[in-house]
Design a protein around this ligand. Structure first.
Ligand SMILES: [Zn+2]
Length: 423
């Protein structure tokens, strides 16, 4: 049984479906000004949730090749990062939540270590294009060297359930951000679920979750709340000695989905110096009209595809066509660029520009009509200029705020714990 089932079912289908070619209202700026390009060139452009490592083990897939989102649904690779001006970001070790027994925990441990190795192998095999980033200063240094930054993050701490002390090993290997739970509760924390929030299991964080946060603080690892419940948010904020991040989240007051965060909590996050990075997963941005019947059929279709990590480009294209047919059958509404900007601009107003950034969930379900892959990042810059944001503010949103947060969190680490982990 594939461990990562069902990893991001909503995600995958939306990613695969967001790619149609018709030009229509809502797809954003039609032209990018020289000013917008200049702002982006001066900024450090980081996305804090890149799920692309899930593609690294797919047969024939190479980060140095240019891919077509309309054909295989993929959204990030080196040529397209260059075109879109993305300087790097946090590359995710994602593990779908499975059984929380000894066998499940061991499978998760292995899956996490395998994905960690794949990320490091990608960097080693493309050393002229990518470099592992572990400190705040690395982002600017690596950009100046003409390369892309690879910070490593973990989405869902399931690989640590067996042995949480593995965190120091991950730290030594480059891990700098950690989320506790994904779409289901686990030993560490309650999840926000995938729509209607489920009843909590721990009432927020478990004791084991609290201990993991304390250890992350000691090591200077960013704590990521995305996907966890509101109670987890409140407890993380109270407990963490360092400001926290929401690596890919949206605004509940724009669209009330359990995965989004409300204005009061956004203000509390900002008041403690944290940042929220805005997600572009369509099902979290708008009501797509998805019914339980549609979701059940989509889940069946996804499960029939087997292990997503092993699909070839042709198999992905086939799956994409099937998802498209399903969406047509159920008349599913697709989010567009304007829907994305509605969340981003709302969050900017509530949090203040110093506390906002981009975490579009590329290759993990992100992407909407008019914002299909990373080549379209300049549209966000143009839209922010059009909305009246200054160059300085936009540079913060594109990555400056994330760099500041990394610096703050690492400054609050315990030097002895860091030294011991690196030995
Ligand atoms: Zn996610």
């Amino acid at each position: 049984m594939p461990l990562a089932t069902p990893p991001k079912i909503a995600a995958l289908s939306i990613a695969l479906l967001a790619h149609t070619t018709c030009v229509q209202a809502g797809t954003g700026p039609k032209a990018i000004s020289a000013h917008a390009r200049a702002v982006q060139a001066q900024a450090i452009n980081l996305d804090t949730h890149l799920d692309t490592p899930a593609l690294f083990s797919q047969p024939g897939w190479k980060i140095s090749d240019r891919h077509d989102a309309a054909k295989d649904g993929s959204q990030i690779d080196y040529p397209r990062m260059v075109e879109g001006g993305l300087d790097g970001g946090f590359w995710v070790i994602f593990t779908g939540q499975g059984p929380r027994d000894a066998t499940g925990n061991l499978h998760a441990r292995d899956a996490g270590l395998k994905r960690l190795a794949e990320i490091r192998e990608m960097v080693a095999a493309n050393a002229d294009k990518f470099e592992l980033a572990t400190t705040a200063d690395d982002a600017a240094r690596i950009k100046a060297a003409g390369k892309k930054s690879v910070y490593i993050s973990m989405e869902n701490a399931y690989p640590l359930e067996q042995d949480p002390s593995l965190l120091s090993f991950y730290y030594k290997q480059g891990l700098r951000m950690l989320s506790l739970a994904h779409t289901q509760h686990n030993d560490f924390a309650d999840s926000a679920g995938m729509g209607k929030a489920p009843d909590g299991e721990h009432g927020g964080l478990s004791e084991k979750g609290r201990a993991l946060i304390a250890e992350a603080n000691r090591l200077g690892i960013l704590i990521d709340q995305s996907h966890a419940s509101n109670e987890v948010f409140d407890q993380m904020l109270a407990l963490s000695k360092a400001p926290i991040i929401l690596s890919h989240s949206g605004a509940f007051d724009v669209y009330p989905h359990s995965r989004n965060i409300d204005d009061a909590r956004i203000r509390a996050l900002a008041a403690k110096g944290g940042v929220i990075q805005v997600n572009s997963l369509g099902g979290y941005l708008i009501d797509t009209g998805a019914t339980p019947e549609y979701r059940a059929e989509r889940r069946k279709l996804y499960e029939s595809a087997g292990d997503f990590d092993k699909l070839s480009a042709e198999q992905r294209a086939e799956l994409k066509a099937k998802f498209e047919a399903l969406d047509t059958k159920y008349n599913i509404r697709k989010a567009d660029f304007d829907d994305y900007m509605r969340h981003l601009l709302h969050i900017l107003k509530v949090a203040g520009w110093q506390h906002v950034g981009l975490g579009a969930d590329w290759d993990g379900g992100g992407g909407v009509l008019g914002y299909e892959d990373i080549t379209q990042l300049p549209k966000v810059v143009q839209a922010l200029l059009d909305a009246g944001y200054s160059d300085e503010q936009i540079k913060g949103i594109l990555g400056g705020n994330t760099v500041r947060l990394i610096r703050q969190v690492q400054a609050l680490a315990d030097p002895a714990a860091v030294k011991a982990a690196l030995e």
